[in-house]
Write a protein that binds this ligand. Structure first.
Ligand SMILES: [Zn+2]
Length: 592
């Protein structure tokens, strides 16, 4: 390696760019279709090549251009799938200076004028070659008017003109264009194929690498030949002797994760400058903005799992350290970061300028992240009770004695900047705009004689509290339409099904505040993954039956009594014997 690390050294990805279809790995289907088209003289005027980045679209386009124009070593050949590579046409295309083969990157030439040049040129006959060929990379980036101009040429293409379009985002190419193209989908290359390709190249280059290391690189490349070769390059440059799996994992963990970790920790600390500079770092190293945001999402996910006490054994050590640090932000803030990033990820994907969009996401995150969460604001409210009951309870199991509401203001949480203390609702309004906060001052609560639930740890508690106070309809709406996102003693974030009464959230806030004799906050989120009480009840019923059916004794009973079926499950502190006897009794009754 060391001798090659001179100025003459070419990166592997460029050096091993395939110059014929034999060298193009993992695209057999495409090659076969093209072969048929060429053999039968059915060549379209326009081709569109689509597939993820680095999978070989541009290489394919160039090989195709060569094949279309190749005249063979003796100068008499026709279009072929196997360009000779020695004729003048092949050679000048390989060097990128064939007068009749023009490459354009639509990402930087999006306008109608750029396309007009092409259209004008297309009306002239090729100078020296069989076909005039236009290769337009990232064609989905063309403007609408550019597409329209192009369409006219595609509708009546000059005889000797071929278009080869390449795109990573076929859905953004207008159907009117696509319908005039022969489409080829380049597949992600499988890990095993990629691994054997890498092994061959490593052998040729005299790079020593363990089988494990090669596989790890192949996996990390996610089907992209170019990425896999870049990674092999990197690993070889970092390793003096044989590349091992340890080297590769250190490299993979280090390449992206430290940047991502710094971006995220900076954002969470509200340090916009540091976050943006780390982003620039990652960007300059070639990380795509979308990938950066999605890696940040992964990291927030790990940190949330960590904060929730879940084990994360299979993370690399470096990631583990960042994860642990981020977990200190607590589930509330991490959840909010997740929401912001998830929304931002969609924006970055669809934004015309992904980098700018990603930077905006970071700024937004850094702005919002250090703000107190609704739960922390509740902590600061004067009437907030302290010392919440720790157990996850349902109302039926808890009839706690009335708690004194006159206890003193809890000490401010250290994470809440004191300046926001007096304007808690304002900070709340600046919270993720997904949430609408509704807060009600408690009215004079009717004094009830019997002891009742005076805290809420779940929506079941809330429903029980409403029922205890005779609000049966409201309780029913809560059971049927409300999906919990997070529920604490002073605040619930919920998703309300659209068919619920419009003011359900406000009503809940009002009544719960009344019955608790203190403000209870209800905010609306967009996470629909929580289950309504109704769904939970149905599920519990089903589970009872399912688990009954698995019980050995029940199985035996069902086997013994031929037409027996389980009709009801009665919960009892039963020993195995009594359970069996009860069931057999029931079956006896049925038989009688
Ligand atoms: Zn040739």
């Amino acid at each position: 390696m060391s001798e090659q690390a001179t100025s003459a050294y070419r990166v592997l990805a460029r050096k091993y760019r395939p110059d014929n279809f034999t060298g193009l790995i993992g695209q057999d289907a495409l090659v076969k279709t093209l072969q048929n088209a060429i053999t039968h003289g059915r060549l379209a005027h326009a081709f569109v090549l689509t597939g993820v980045r680095g999978v070989g679209k541009t290489s394919t386009a160039r090989i195709l251009a060569k094949g279309l124009n190749c005249i063979g070593a003796d100068g008499t050949g026709g279009p072929t799938l196997d360009p000779c590579g020695v004729c003048e046409s092949c050679q000048s295309i390989a060097m990128g200076r064939h007068v009749d083969v023009l490459e354009m990157d639509a990402a930087s030439n999006t306008g109608v004028d750029d396309v007009r040049d092409i259209i004008e040129g297309a009306s002239y006959r090729p100078v020296s070659a069989r076909f005039k060929i236009y290769i337009i990379d990232e064609v989905h980036m063309l403007s609408k008017s550019a597409f329209n101009a192009l369409l006219k040429t595609l509708e009546e293409p000059p005889e000797a003109v071929k278009f080869i379009f390449a795109t990573t985002e076929i859905r953004k190419v207008p159907v009117t264009i696509l319908s005039r193209c022969q489409r080829f989908d380049l597949r992600r290359v499988s890990v095993s194929l990629l691994a054997s390709h890498l092994q061959q190249i490593a052998d040729k280059e005299d790079i020593k690498a363990d089988e494990d290391a090669i596989h790890m690189i192949a996996r990390a490349a996610e089907g992209s030949v170019r990425d896999s070769l870049s990674l092999l390059d990197q690993a070889a440059a970092m390793t003096a002797d044989t590349i091992t799996a340890t080297n590769v994992s250190a490299m993979l963990g280090h390449a992206g994760d430290s940047d991502i970790g710094r971006i995220l920790t900076s954002c969470m600390a509200g340090d916009i400058t540091s976050a943006l500079s780390a982003f620039t770092n990652a960007d300059e190293r070639g990380s795509e903005p979308e990938k950066i945001i999605s890696d940040m999402l992964d990291l927030v996910h790990y940190a949330s799992l960590h904060a929730a006490g879940a084990g994360l054994a299979d993370l690399p050590e470096a990631t583990m350290a960042v994860t642990a640090e981020l977990a200190n932000n607590g589930i509330g803030k991490l959840g909010r970061a997740w929401q912001l990033l998830l929304k931002g990820h969609g924006e970055v994907k669809s934004a015309p300028n992904a980098r700018a969009s990603a930077q905006m996401v970071l700024i937004r995150l850094a702005h919002a992240a250090p703000m107190p969460t609704p739960a922390e604001i509740i902590q600061k409210l004067p009437q907030a009770p302290d010392g919440p009951p720790a157990s996850q309870s349902s109302a039926s199991s808890q009839s706690a004695p009335q708690q004194s509401t006159s206890s003193h203001t809890p000490s401010p949480s250290p994470t809440v900047p004191s300046s926001t203390g007096s304007s808690a609702p304002t900070a709340m309004a600046q919270d993720t705009n997904a949430a609408v906060a509704m807060m009600q001052e408690p009215e004079q609560a009717p004094q009830l004689s019997e002891p009742q639930t005076n805290f809420i740890n779940s929506i079941a508690d809330a429903a029980a509290l409403l029922e205890q106070n005779g609000e049966m309809i409201l309780a029913a709406h809560l059971r049927n339409y409300v999906r919990p996102i997070s529920v604490t003693k002073g605040h619930m974030e919920i998703y309300i099904e659209p068919q619920a009464p419009e003011d359900l959230g406000a009503k809940l806030a009002k009544h719960l505040s009344n019955y608790l004799s203190q403000p209870y906050l209800v905010s609306l989120g967009e996470d629909k993954s929580g289950k309504t009480l109704l769904e939970l009840e149905k599920q519990a019923e089903q589970d009872k039956f399912d688990s009954m059916k698995q019980d050995a004794l029940v199985k035996a009973a069902l086997k013994t009594f031929e037409n027996a079926e389980i009709t009801n499950v009665i919960k009892q502190d039963f020993t195995a014997d009594s359970g069996l006897s009860q069931l057999t009794e029931q079956e006896d009754d049925r038989d009688a």
